[in-house]
Unconditional design. Structure first.
Length: 191
């Protein structure tokens, strides 16, 4: 619970500054780069968050990371603020909240579109236009592939899933057939 409160507070503060400096997209890209680093080498984030590691050592580690993977001054300063305030362990949650805050301020809705095969640029543009009309908001499509879908698409907007995949249709058909079979067997027994 406390981590979500902390994440929202830091995300909103960063969003305020990022919008003021017209650097929101750059900051997102910079912080996503660090998210990839932390995901690839979880020990780095653990070391930065660990109370067992000396503050000076944490500072040197972050200095080294920023030297190797330079980011904008705003993103860099933000990472130092998180480190100094012992909030770096909340970095993934803060980044997630930051994305949501930026998207809301821009009137942007992200839609995950999963298809069996990669969609081409024209298909993605048509999908964005159609979803924008459907939602009444500007939609940015994040394409994914899942060969298990067989065909069709699955669209996730927030917590809502619109599933038009062939796999799901086949599973629904299978469920209905099994249900009908049980009902017909039940009726046969009653006669």
């Amino acid at each position: 619970m406390i981590s979500s409160v902390v994440a929202r507070r830091y995300a909103r503060s960063l969003a305020d500054v990022a919008f003021e400096e017209k650097a929101a997209e750059r900051v997102i890209a910079d912080l996503e780069r660090f998210q990839e680093i932390f995901a690839a080498v979880p020990d780095v984030l653990e070391a930065l968050a660990s109370p067992a590691v000396a503050r000076a050592a944490k500072g040197r580690l972050l200095d080294e990371l920023l030297g190797r993977y330079p980011v904008s001054p705003l993103a860099s300063n933000f990472l130092y603020v998180l480190l100094r305030n012992n909030r770096i362990r909340y970095f993934p949650a803060i980044l997630g909240e930051f994305r949501k805050t930026i998207d809301a301020r821009l009137g942007l809705v992200r839609a995950r579109v999963t298809s069996a095969a990669p969609l081409g640029e024209p298909e993605l543009k048509r999908m964005e236009a159609g979803l924008s009309r459907f939602t009444g908001a500007r939609v940015q499509v994040e394409p994914r592939t899942d060969p298990g879908l067989l065909g069709g698409v699955m669209v996730e907007i927030g917590s809502t899933v619109y599933d038009g995949s062939i796999r799901t249709r086949l599973e629904e058909m299978k469920r209905r057939l099994a249900e009908n079979h049980r009902e017909s067997r039940s009726e046969t027994r009653q006669d």
